[in-house]
Ligand binder design. Structure first.
Ligand SMILES: *[C@@H]1O[C@H](CO)[C@@H](O)[C@H](O)[C@H]1NC(C)=O
Length: 284
């Protein structure tokens, strides 16, 4: 199969499911430990092996929404601890990641996170930045509204510093200043748990995306669910292709504007520099 897909999986919140504190709790009562194990198992199954075998090039998962900070401090603490363990594990297994050529990107406002976690994220992202076989995007401290706001702020600064002119602002430029700047278009978005909400996830990026809704809860999501989603995508393929070409006509690339191109490469450098600084900073 040569799919070269970018699949985004909208799990209510990966971390919440792993602590068993989200809707999963209300629908099936499981022991906390068990939920964690299940969630982890499906996660590893798809992302460590199967996606690569299926040539799914990019997967994005929604781990933690900015809205989740509104939960009780204890709950947020638990979630952060879980995230720490996750990233520690990623670094422990970094050889595997490098060998498989997985590029890990975190999309979101990581400045909102505890410093030590920011640092682990920076470590993992910098380490894997040149990997090319596949991409795992983790949406962390993310909401679409925050992302779009941040993009517009970046552009406003550009105009302020006279790197850009006000006329340069159009939707291609907003698009290029999102956290997902380096990501492929989202081909397929899978929403688990029978929910029909989008929960502020990739709202800007999904204009020509196929949505697939499944009743399956994330911990019980298996390869078969993934394949069902892909078959559904294939059934919609022709229509999607027409839609895509329509949108591509509408969003030409920016490459013909030197000023904007220079600005974008400056933004890339700044964003990378921020990560390097986080990595170097000493956590007290
Ligand atoms: C936005 O402006 C750039 C030039 O700065 C241009 O290349 C691009 O086609 C424009 N995009 C849209 C959607 O008009």
């Amino acid at each position: 199969m040569h799919l070269k897909l970018n699949i985004s999986i909208l799990i209510l919140s990966l971390l919440l499911l792993q602590t068993g504190t989200d809707d999963f709790r209300s629908r099936v009562i499981f022991k906390k430990q068990k939920v964690t194990k299940w969630a982890l198992r499906s996660y590893q199954k798809h992302f460590n092996g199967k996606c690569l075998e299926l040539e799914i090039k990019e997967v994005t998962v929604y781990a933690f929404s900015i809205e989740n900070f509104k939960r009780s401090p204890e709950e947020v603490d638990t979630l952060m601890t879980l995230a720490r363990e996750k990233f520690a594990k990623v670094m422990e297994e970094k050889d595997k990641l490098m060998e498989k050529g997985v590029k890990l990107q975190v999309i979101g406002n990581i400045k909102l996170l505890p410093e030590d976690l920011q640092k682990s994220i920076a470590d993992a992202v910098i380490l894997t930045k040149n990997n090319e076989k596949s991409v795992l995007n983790v949406a962390f401290a993310y909401t679409s509204r925050d992302e779009i706001t941040n993009s517009i702020k970046t552009i406003a600064e550009g105009i302020n510093e006279q790197d850009l002119e006000a006329d340069d602002l159009n939707h291609s430029l907003i698009d290029q200043c999102l956290y997902t700047r380096q990501c492929r278009d989202v081909d397929l978005l899978v929403r688990t748990s029978g929910e029909m909400r989008f929960s502020d996830f990739l709202l800007w990026q999904t204009q020509s995306t196929v949505f697939y809704f499944t009743e399956a809860l994330w911990p019980e999501f298996t390869l078969w669910h993934l394949l069902a989603a892909i078959f559904y995508y294939q059934r919609c393929y022709i229509r999607t292709k027409i839609l895509k070409s329509y949108f591509q006509e509408k969003t030409p690339t920016i490459s013909d504007n030197k000023r904007v191109v220079n600005f974008l490469s400056k933004v890339d450098k700044q964003r990378y520099q921020e990560l390097v600084e986080i990595q170097k900073s000493r956590v007290v």
